[in-house]
Design a protein around this ligand. Sequence first.
Ligand code: SAM
Length: 193
Amino acid sequence: MIELISKLPIAPLDPAKLFGREAPLHVDLGCGDGSFLCELAPQLTEKNFLGIERLSRRVEKARRKSETIDNVRVLRAEISHAVRYLLPGNSVVTFYLLFPDPWPKRRHQRRRIFTRDFLDCIAAALQEGGFLRVTTDQLDYFRQIEGLGRAHPQFEIVAVDDVILPSTKFERRFCEKGAPIYRVTLRKVSPVK
Ligand SMILES: C[S@@+](CC[C@H](N)C(=O)[O-])C[C@H]1O[C@@H](n2cnc3c(N)ncnc32)[C@H](O)[C@@H]1O
């Protein structure tokens, strides 16, 4: 059984120890079966990629897929716990939040992961100038994310076209159905004093 890290005592990770080297850290929040990580990491071998996922079967699958890829690690953990407690401050260069659970029903929307508090924790874990890249197929969620990003003093919305990201499993599924996909990238900036 793969232990859920949020049930263990809180101790911040040491990324250099986890990967056996110091390298810019990219974190995929809700990495599912790891297909995105396993496509991107071999293209960017000079970076470390950490997947966070709470479902043990998906973690197992992601670990199997990434077995032969040196710069990928997968942890079974809750996203909010990992961002708040496990990742050291100013340690992450890029977060990916790709198709977070949408909770489309109005009465369920308070379960959505993306809140002001979540964004505060992301800001703390990100290095200055670091990115949070988000995709969703839900227009109202997208607007909520954009609004929270715009209102946050430590973020600006930016256009990023340097790296073409691989499609995730859910992205391929939505594309096949012809569903629209919304993307936004937030960059951590110094708050205006
Ligand atoms: C809609 S799927 C998207 C998976 C993947 N990012 C993709 O695009 O193919 C959302 C994933 O996030 C995971 N997840 C949702 N909430 C989570 C949480 N609070 N902590 C950890 N993982 C979570 C789910 O188990 C699922 O694997």
